[in-house]
Design a binder for this molecule. Structure first.
Ligand code: NI
Length: 398
């Protein structure tokens, strides 16, 4: 039903123009005012209803097909990063120190492209398409806010599909993986309390720096000794602060870290082991320890059913040879917040092109992607909506 080459002819130019405009005027998380305005303008032109969630930035659009039909959502994140762009392109960022260095301008354009494609065939839609333009992905807050405002609770949808570009995968390819694609992201805050004193008289103190150093080392054994070698996890201490002078033993050490995992059982095991290792190490060093464990984001985990559905939808557009099985990343993605509410699927879009020097990883000041991938993703996502509608309808009839 969807002919990629025809759609490329019809929509590619305007989509690239839209993406470049976003790229020139990037906006930080929860400050995406201009971007939101631009998206709304486009949705109105397409006669797509805008659902008011009471958000300052971000938009949800609803394209109504057959009444009582299922609703399939597509999500694109819209925010940029506090990075100074080093690319020398005509559409380089005009905002000093802000850049679409994670390619969310590409995601926004892909979802808008799907809105354009599906609008053309709205009379034939056996259900509805919802377009979720999410703010503040970079700070892990946008999806949570949208859900708090009623998205996928008061405002129902049956399924959601999302994407991230990936410059390490060549443009023209769609990367589909069953199971974990992006990790669960949790935060730890640790306070180690000792007894301060003179650096020359350690026996009269309880040195929290020595104790905390042992804790950092011991925490590393959790991944190597308690997580299966066939599973993955990371515990990284990112900050370690203590002390006021070279000859003073400190009262307190404060540390923070990030904990990553895929498997839900591993994710539950980690806090338990971290707490045990900290407490027993504290005992051994005669200090006290406090742990605050914050569950930030679940993993992006593609179920077998959703993967099969998505694979078929992508295969019809790019063929088997256009689909690759990617290596997952321990990076996180707040799309998983939506996946907790409704069945979801997340894929990567190849945007790499060595010849054009489009090979830099996410958040690099030279990040860029091949724009020819945009119409591919727009078409694939449109087809995911069609397949999603068909799947829900088929299961309802049973
Ligand atoms: Ni990103």
């Amino acid at each position: 039903m969807l002919d990629l080459e025809k759609l490329r002819e019809e929509f590619e130019e305007e989509l690239i123009e839209f993406r470049r405009d976003l790229h020139m005027y990037p906006e930080l998380s929860f400050k995406e005012f201009r971007t939101t305005g631009k998206i709304k303008e486009e949705l109105k032109k397409l006669d797509i209803e805008i659902i008011d969630l009471g958000l300052e930035t971000g938009v949800v659009g609803l394209l109504k097909g057959k009444e009582d039909g299922p609703t399939i959502a597509l999500r694109g994140d819209i925010d940029a990063l506090p990075i100074k762009e080093l690319n020398d392109v005509p559409y380089k960022s005009r905002i000093d120190g802000v850049m679409h260095a994670c390619g969310h301008d590409i995601h926004t354009t892909c979802v808008l492209g799907a809105a354009k494609i599906l609008s053309k065939i709205r009379d034939k839609l056996e259900g509805n398409a919802m377009f979720v333009f999410q703010p503040a992905e970079e700070i892990n807050k946008g999806a949570k806010l949208m859900v708090e405002k009623g998205l996928f609770t008061d405002i129902k949808a049956d399924m959601i599909f999302g994407l991230h570009n990936n410059p390490e995968i060549p443009w023209g390819k769609i990367a589909i993986r069953k199971g974990g694609l992006m990790a669960a992201v949790d935060t730890i805050r640790i306070k180690v309390k000792g007894k301060g004193g003179h650096g020359a008289i350690p026996d009269a103190t309880r040195d929290p720096i020595v104790a905390a150093s042992a804790m950092v080392m011991n925490l590393q054994t959790i991944v190597s000794r308690n997580v299966s070698p066939l599973d993955s996890a990371v515990i990284s201490i990112g900050t370690f602060n203590a002390g006021t002078a070279n000859n003073v033993i400190s009262e307190l050490v404060e540390m923070t870290g990030t904990v990553r995992s895929f498997d839900p059982e591993t994710r539950q095991m980690l806090p338990k082991r971290i707490k045990e290792v900290l407490e027993y190490t504290a005992k051994a060093y005669m200090v006290d320890v406090e742990l605050e464990y914050i569950f930030d984001l679940p993993a992006v985990y593609n179920s077998p059913e959703m993967t099969e559905l998505a694979y078929k939808a992508a295969e019809e557009i790019v063929g088997k040879e256009g689909i690759v099985d990617p290596v997952p990343t321990m990076g996180g993605e707040d799309f998983s917040i939506f996946m907790e509410k409704i069945p979801g699927f997340f894929f990567w879009l190849g945007v790499g092109n060595e010849e054009k020097d489009m090979k830099y990883v996410w958040h690099n000041p030279r990040f860029n992607g091949d724009e020819r991938a945009i119409i591919i993703a727009a078409t694939v996502m449109s087809n995911m909506v069609l397949h999603g509608i068909e799947y829900v309808n088929r299961n309802r009839k049973r």
